[in-house]
Ligand binder design. Structure first.
Ligand code: 6PG
Length: 468
């Protein structure tokens, strides 16, 4: 029976949560999963929402169940599974039907699919917020044809998180723009998490604090400038106790971070764009190093452990200030990267809107994003560190950031993301840098030429004649 307003393929954790969210907002949704038992169980467990769910047991049945022109959301693993699913589904659809990839696709794949002749319409949307977000309100970064977005906007805005009255679902641009913005979101997610882990490391190893003390500090920070989902959950995980041993949960978890690759994509793309995101780079690097557990153990055995409990340990307030500075620098880099992507890919990524859709629903949601949205609304072309409000905050927090990075360096307590943020900031605030040396070297060995400060018309050095 043709009765559903939308379809969804893939009833894994995220797909199931999204389908229930859609059903709950009053849309009739047809669902299909490769394993029929999963579909049946999903329907059986949908409770009061089951009336809005049409379980189907074949792709054909799914297509028939949806009113044309159809919209079908794919929630399958990124990569080949998406291509395979499109290949199986597209021949069953009409040319005005729309396939929506809502997984964590690499935006290059989304660009490729959007440009290919699939015989149907296609768009890629980034969805953030984990299972809880998908179920009760994610942040949605849509890409593709604007008319296609308009078609599904009523559903997407109904299921999205809300900041006040504003739904966190926006069209970012053509083709892979939505998945690109989601990748930058994930890169920033890595960086926020890493910087929190770094200040936790200073608390634990530099200040001798236990997990419960760290929890209290995070909880306090979550009432101030740093109020955010990630600081909140850091407080919660630090406060948790292991039911098996009675020890703090954090103290029994192996210090090797997993990753699915989205942070790495962001870093690679930033390099291609010439728009570096060093805080994110450091975060990806630190995750990779974290997984080398045996090598790190051998390193400590050879070089000795860093001294515990520093005599000149920082205060919790200084750590908070360092984290505030690091966060601003990281977001400034991320937004600059998106400006570069707009120029390179012919998008016009709406930076103020991006800050707005990140205010609720997604993993990096925070109060500070509201102020960033205001600063970007004033002037989206200006680097965030030049916005008066953020310049004031950086100036106030900078001494603490310098102190933490210096203490880390002097004592062997690793703070790579905070240190990378500071190094980038110092490059950005230096009018007369040192690349004159690099230009001279390049000209010396390769006659690459240089510009002169005085504008005179001599673009090569005298060394060519005397070089041996
Ligand atoms: C989100 C998250 C999510 C991501 C996980 C795991 O916005 O909801 O970014 O999409 O897949 O956080 O990512 P890693 O395994 O790479 O840490």
């Amino acid at each position: 029976m043709t009765s559903a307003e939308i379809g969804l393929i893939g009833l894994g954790t995220m797909g199931a949560a999204l389908a229930l969210n859609i059903a709950e907002k009053g849309f009739r949704i047809a669902v299909w999963n490769r394993t029929t038992d999963v579909t049946r169980r999903f329907h059986a467990e949908a409770g009061g929402l089951a009336a809005n769910v049409v379980p189907t047991e074949s792709l054909k049945e799914l297509v028939v169940a949806i009113k044309p022109p159809r919209a079908i959301i794919l929630m399958v693993p990124a990569g080949k599974a998406v291509d395979d699913q499109i290949e199986a589904l597209a021949p069953l659809l009409d040319k005005d039907d729309l396939i929506i990839d809502a997984g964590n696709a690499n935006f290059h794949d989304t660009n490729r699919r959007a440009a290919a002749d699939l015989g149907v319409r296609f768009m890629g949307i980034g969805v953030s917020g984990g299972e809880e977000g998908a179920r009760h309100g994610p942040s949605i970064m849509a890409g593709g044809n604007p008319a296609d977005f308009e078609r599904v906007k009523p559903v997407l805005t109904a299921i999205a998180a809300r900041h006040g009255d504003t739904p966190c679902a926006t069209w970012m641009g053509e083709a892979g723009a939505g998945h690109f913005v989601k990748a930058v979101h994930n890169g920033i997610e890595y960086a926020d998490m890493q910087m929190i882990a770094e200040v936790y490391g200073i608390m634990r190893d530099g200040m001798g604090l236990g997990a419960a003390d760290a929890a209290a500090i995070f909880q306090k920070w979550n009432e101030g400038t740093l109020r955010s989902y990630l600081v909140e959950i850091s407080g919660a995980v630090a406060a948790a106790t292991d039911p098996l041993t009675g020890q703090p949960m954090l103290d029994v978890i192996l210090d090797a971070a997993g990753q699915k690759g989205t942070g790495r994509w962001t870093v690679i793309e930033a390099q291609h764009l010439g728009a570096p995101v060093p805080v994110i780079e450091a975060a990806v690097m630190a995750r990779n190093v974290s997984s080398r557990v045996d090598e790190r153990k051998a390193g400590e055995a050879l070089y000795g452990a860093a001294p515990q409990k520093l005599a000149d340990a920082p205060s919790a307030d200084e750590l908070e200030q360092a984290l505030i500075a690091g966060k601003i620098l990281c977001y400034a880099q991320g937004f600059t990267m998106m400006t570069a992507a707009s120029a390179t890919f012919g998008w016009n990524l709406p930076l103020p809107e991006i800050a707005r859709v990140w205010r609720a629903g997604c993993i990096i949601r925070s109060d500070m994003l509201n102020d960033m949205a205001s600063a970007l609304t004033e002037d989206a072309t200006r680097n965030l560190i030049m916005a008066p409000d953020f310049a004031r905050r950086i100036e106030a927090a900078l001494p603490a950031l310098r102190k933490i990075v210096a203490l880390g360096a002097l004592n062997g307590l690793p703070v790579p993301a905070l240190a990378s943020g500071l190094a980038w900031f110092d490059l950005m605030r230096t009018a007369r840098g040192t690349a004159n040396m690099i230009q001279a070297q390049r000209d010396f060995f390769g006659a690459h030429g240089f510009d002169r400060l005085d504008g005179k018309d001599a673009h090569h050095g005298p060394w060519g004649l005397s070089a041996s």
